[in-house]
Ligand binder design. Structure first.
Ligand code: PLP
Length: 386
């Protein structure tokens, strides 16, 4: 399917809403029936129509169709955050006493789920170095229900060979879930590589404007329907019609924004690599990246996030650098129009600053849509003060 067709037309029935070019926001909690039989049919199967917006909603449906098609998946659910999408996908596939194999250091709140919430129900998680497929194989137990992946990781960018892990999991009857937030479906299609459920935080690139929180799950119709009928409706964390509408609007320019972020990332990367105050740079499409070959094979491209380490004598210099940036904002998240930075040292107290720890000298930069020269000038002036 053409990406332009998906983004501009798929799921939109303009004749149903006065031929308006932009779809309406169907801001309603409930839907009325004329016939008892029609209501009964929806009570029996909420998935088949509109009864209550916690389940299905026409504005959300337009978005679901587009996001499923972008992932080459049969179906899709959209949540009010990436974290709730993770929660539902995992919860739907475990029971008491099960075991999960997860790539090490997945997204923070996935770790919380694995380390704090699921152990209350006797569900344990083994973390593995995902750069070697054998590590997954060694960690599998008879009660392993899920292999949880995040490729690339959004801080250090380690990849997993998605096709190989999916094949391994399938041969053991284990469900695979992959967090694809870094790539979006434009740069990586986990479902096409054999992964059962692809997830992403739509708060990042899909929204693209730092004004919506949302999460996406895609997979087979059977799997998505199952999640809809239990976890999705029980947790009640579906996206609101207004936020779905904002994501449809975000999708219109997704390819253009990703293209510009990709073009911007390269000169910023080259600038950082050449600067004497920068010790090293980590980026999956950099030739020195340890998994460069796999990245090139598995991903169409890479953009946006760059991690780098400052060549400093004291962690306070990292603080000085961050606090002297004039345009790049110090803030969490990424994927929108504005460039952002997070220093690793913000996760520890100043009393714990340790120059020997690379993680304290580390910064994660998101390259936004600004003119790359504008971003570079800001980095340069702050590095010169440092
Ligand atoms: C942000 C993020 C999430 C969670 O998404 P929210 O929308 O913030 O809940 C999940 N995975 C990764 C890799 C993320 O960066």
């Amino acid at each position: 399917m053409d990406i332009s067709y998906i983004i501009n037309e798929l799921g939109e029935d303009r004749e149903h809403y006065f031929n308006a070019v932009a779809p309406p926001i169907i801001q309603t909690s409930n839907f009325a029936f004329k016939k008892v039989e029609d209501m009964r049919r929806l009570f029996e199967d909420e998935y088949s129509g509109y009864i209550y917006s916690k389940g299905m909603n026409p504005t959300v449906d337009i978005l679901r169709k587009k996001l499923a098609a972008l992932d080459e998946a049969e179906d899709c659910l959209v949540f009010n955050s990436g974290s709730s999408a993770i929660f539902a996908a995992v919860l739907a596939h475990v029971k008491a006493g099960d075991h999960i194999v997860s790539v090490k250091k997945p997204y923070t709140w996935a770790q919380k789920l694995f380390n704090v919430i699921l152990p209350r129900f006797g569900i344990t998680t083994s973390y593995v170095d995902g750069t070697q497929v054998e590590n997954f194989e060694k960690a599998i137990r008879p009660n392993t229900a899920i292999i949880y992946l995040e490729s690339p990781n959004s801080w250090s960018f380690e990849l997993q060979d998605l096709k190989a892990v999916a094949t391994l999991a399938r041969s053991h009857g284990i469900i695979t879930i992959c967090d694809n937030s870094y790539c979006t479906p434009l740069y990586q299609k986990p479902i096409a590589l054999g992964i059962d459920i692809a997830l992403q935080s739509a708060t990042k690139y899909i929204s693209g404007h730092s004004d919506v929180m949302a999460g996406v799950l895609t997979g087979s119709r059977e799997m998505i329907t199952k999640i809809f009928k239990s976890e999705y409706n029980t947790i009640g964390s579906g996206i609101s019609p207004f936020n779905a509408w904002l994501l449809i609007r975000g999708l219109r320019t997704l390819p253009l924004r990703i293209q510009k972020v990709t073009e911007n990332t390269r000169p910023v990367l080259d600038f950082l690599k050449a600067h004497p105050k920068v010790e090293s740079v980590v980026f999956p499409f950099d030739e020195e990246f340890p998994q460069y070959i796999l990245a090139k094979q598995q991903m169409k491209n890479a953009c946006g996030l760059i991690s780098f380490y400052l060549n400093v004598k004291k962690i306070e210099e990292v603080v000085t650098f961050c606090e002297n940036l004039k345009h790049i904002l110090m803030a969490v998240s990424w994927g929108s129009y504005e460039s952002l930075i997070i220093p690793g040292c913000a996760t520890v107290s100043p009393a714990e600053y340790d120059i020997g720890k690379a993680s304290h000298r580390m910064l994660r930069l998101y390259v936004g849509l600004e003119d790359p020269e504008y971003i570079i000038r800001d980095l340069e002036q702050a590095l010169n003060i440092t």
